[in-house]
Design a protein. Structure first.
Length: 336
């Protein structure tokens, strides 16, 4: 099975987060066949409710190629044309899985050992698979994480600060607003104050950005609202504590700010001679920490079509990634 066929086979197995069991079983079987003829080992790392990571390694896994099996909704099956493979997960990250497996086959054909493949669940929601893997390190010195970077080595990625802003009020008939307290008005005032907070810049990562992603609240048009909530996601470029304090001061008593998630920005290992980039999206790497080694970030595909109805991956980039991954593994092995 070549890298295009394997990409399509993986895309055609629906694996929206929390439903990765079938694609995990497929990968376990596929890698078990590869390992059986090459002296490798394949394991399942149980996560929860039939979900598991898949680990394959040959010798001591000094360098580990890793990405995630899950996708965002909605599922749609694969198709291809002369230039692209289309489908949910084509670039994020099933094409990357296929390229990593093809790179492993290439390395084994060249007699290279001491590397591994680690495919995890849950990256698109809460990094549950990376959390489990972080508690079970195997001595790897380098973790090459696969995400769509257009085959450029990422030097850094922004972090994430996810917040909920909750306002409380008092219900009343809208004909007599003086008898109530509008939670929606309080929330809008709080959000306006938050929007006026200056966001920091970083020389490498660029500007911190903020998105007010959801708004909810109220009972009916003729009822003064007693509750309202907004969800905010900030792309971090530095210490989140400064923003926490600034947002709290701006909001004051208008609303309550609850922190849902915080992932710090990450600087990655560089490899001489490779084109580089900076990315704004977050990855599993902060959850792994250094448990699987120093992190690198590299993969085929464009993040601009990931999570969209136009998700696709260039066949040229996919083919190029096979050699890129193999060469990076060899360079890192030589550096140890």
């Amino acid at each position: 099975m070549n890298v295009f066929e394997l990409t399509r086979a993986l895309v055609d197995i629906e694996s929206i987060t929390e439903n990765e069991g079938r694609v995990g079983a497929y990968l376990h079987e596929h890698l078990s066949k590869l390992a059986a003829g090459s002296g490798g080992r394949v394991e399942k790392m149980d996560v929860e409710r039939g979900r598991f990571n898949v680990l394959a390694y040959w010798g001591e896994p000094v360098v580990t190629l890793s990405t995630h099996m899950d996708t965002v909704p909605p599922f749609f099956a694969s198709r291809e044309d002369p230039e692209f493979i289309w489908g949910r997960g084509a670039c994020d990250a099933k094409g990357i899985i296929a390229a990593m497996i093809a790179a492993a086959e290439k390395l084994l054909a060249e007699g290279v050992k001491n590397f591994g493949l680690l495919f995890v669940v849950g990256e698109e929601r809460n990094s549950a698979g990376a959390e489990v893997a972080a508690r079970a390190p195997r001595g790897s010195k380098y973790l090459v994480n696969g995400e769509p970077t257009e085959n450029k080595l990422a030097l850094a990625s922004k972090g994430v600060l996810r917040l909920e802003v909750v306002a409380r009020g008092k219900m009343a008939h809208s004909a007599y607003p003086e008898l109530g307290e509008s939670a929606i008005n309080a929330l809008l005032d709080a959000l306006e104050a938050i929007r006026r907070v200056p966001l920091p810049q970083d020389a490498l990562l660029g500007p911190c950005t903020m998105n007010i992603g959801t708004l909810s609240g109220g009972r009916a048009p003729n009822v003064i609202s007693d509750a309202a909530k907004a969800e905010i996601l900030v792309r971090l470029v530095g210490d989140p504590e400064l923003l926490r304090k600034a947002f709290a001061a701006a909001v004051g008593a208008r609303a309550q700010i609850d922190e849902v998630l915080c992932i710090p920005p990450v600087r990655f290992v560089n490899v001489d001679g490779m084109p580089t980039t900076i990315v704004s999206f977050a990855t599993d790497v902060p959850v792994f920490g250094k448990s699987w080694g120093e992190p690198l970030l590299l993969g085929p595909g464009s993040i601009h079509v990931a999570h969209t109805s136009e998700e696709r991956i260039s066949k040229r980039e996919l083919s190029d990634a096979v050699a890129l991954y193999a060469n990076v593994v060899k360079k890192l092995l030589a550096s140890v």
